[in-house]
Design a binder for this molecule. Structure first.
Ligand SMILES: [Zn+2]
Ligand SMILES: [Zn+2]
Length: 396
């Protein structure tokens, strides 16, 4: 088919542009919801292409490519934030900041910039509108929601959304996707236990918050073992338990933080209640005050089965025969879930394994194969262009 070579060829022509961009973003990594250097760089690149990017909320960029033919509206998402950590490698473009792109969001952003150029060059035959969403704060679960609140899904209304994330299951070129819930619901909580401090020699005069915390910890293990159906996938991890200053002082308070990951909506609803209930009852049992607070609640990405199939077909047609799995489920969470809650969406995985590197996402030694940029850009562009063409007949 003619188009196959056309989109992939064009992406290959952009390899230098994308690699340079990726390295700049990598060197100037920024974490969280404020990404001043990243945003001005991405806006500048979009303007060079001929687009008019808008910062619709702090560090959230929207750019629209309007096709010259009528059609639906599709949204392509890339996240731009890094993590507040160091990286350990010998790359000449190692980060110069206090953040590092160990989740590959610099790759996502560069691929979408490449796709922007391809789609803009094809606007004469493009049917409908492509909205490019460059979001901040994915790692903190806030960015997508802010952009939705700022109206990214309206005017024109988004009919479908497509996102991609790097993965290390395969070497490039490789794509994988799933149908249904493909990432986990992520619920992060904090429990503050207030007891009564006293001398370690007179424990009966105080209320020991560590003891209360220990009972909460242990009851939570029982929740997983006794109240979660064995057929369901779920995990509950306490990642922080802090209290006290020295051996003979019973502390006043303790703090516990944890995360729960689930894939089933009703199990999640039940457990959200139980986590809070169990913590509060453990407090009552020992007369301590327990305050339970949600730090974040991120919905799982629901990859619409029909839409996912259509995107897979677009990748076959516009990039090549590189789909490795149609049953891919990830244990991490993605705040693209907020988009998927509102409009039919699909999240694809794109392979970028570097042989000899076993480090995974968020590891300071992780490496990404840059050859993924060409295939990822062609996939973003092909899914948008192809899907808009495929759904032309649905327009009245
Ligand atoms: Zn990450
Ligand atoms: Zn990520």
């Amino acid at each position: 088919m003619e188009f196959v070579t056309e989109f992939l060829e064009e992406a290959k022509q952009l390899e230098h542009f994308m690699t340079e961009n990726r390295r700049y973003l990598h060197q100037h990594a920024e974490a969280g919801c404020e990404l001043p250097m990243t945003v001005s760089f991405v806006k500048e690149k979009l303007e060079e292409i001929g687009l008019e990017p808008k910062e619709i909320c702090q560090s959230g960029i929207l750019a629209e490519i309007k096709g010259e033919k009528p059609g639906k509206t599709i949204l392509l998402r890339a996240d731009m934030d890094a993590l507040p950590m160091e990286e350990e490698n010998e790359l000449p473009f190692r980060t110069r900041t206090k953040a590092a792109h160990t989740c590959g969001h610099d790759i996502h952003t560069s691929m979408l910039l490449g796709a922007a150029k391809i789609l803009y060059d094809h606007r004469a035959t493009l049917c409908g509108t492509v909205k490019l969403m460059f979001q901040p704060g994915e790692e903190v679960g806030l960015g997508a929601r802010k952009m939705i609140d700022a109206g990214i899904l309206e005017n024109p209304k988004v009919d479908a959304a497509f996102g991609m994330h790097t993965m290390f299951g395969w070497n490039a070129p490789a794509f994988a996707y799933g149908k249904g819930f493909t990432t986990s619901f992520l619920d992060e909580f904090e429990i503050t236990i207030k007891g009564v401090g006293c001398h370690g020699a007179m424990p009966h005069l105080g209320i020991d918050p560590i003891n209360v915390g220990f009972h909460i910890y242990s009851a939570y293990q029982a929740l997983v073992a006794r109240e979660m159906p064995p057929t369901e996938t779920a995990s509950l991890t306490i990642g922080r338990f802090t209290s006290g200053t020295r051996s003979n002082v019973m502390p006043e308070s303790a703090v516990i933080e944890g995360t729960m990951r689930t894939y089933d909506r009703s199990l999640r609803e039940r457990m959200l209640k139980r986590l809070q209930e169990v913590a509060e009852h453990c407090g009552e049992m020992f007369h301590a005050q327990v305050q339970f607070r949600w730090l974040s609640n991120i919905p799982a990405v629901y990859s619409d089965p029909e839409l996912s199939g259509q995107f897979a077909q677009c990748i076959q047609e516009y990039v090549g025969d590189y789909i490795k799995s149609s049953q891919c489920t990830m244990t991490f969470s993605e705040d693209f879930g907020f988009v998927a809650e509102k409009v039919p969406s699909s999240l694809f995985m794109v392979g970028c394994k570097v042989d000899g590197c076993d480090a995974q996402h968020h590891n300071p030694k992780v490496l990404f194969d840059e050859s993924v940029l060409v295939y990822g850009a062609a996939a973003y562009a092909g899914c948008a262009y192809g899907w808009l063409q495929k759904t032309l007949s649905d327009i009245d």
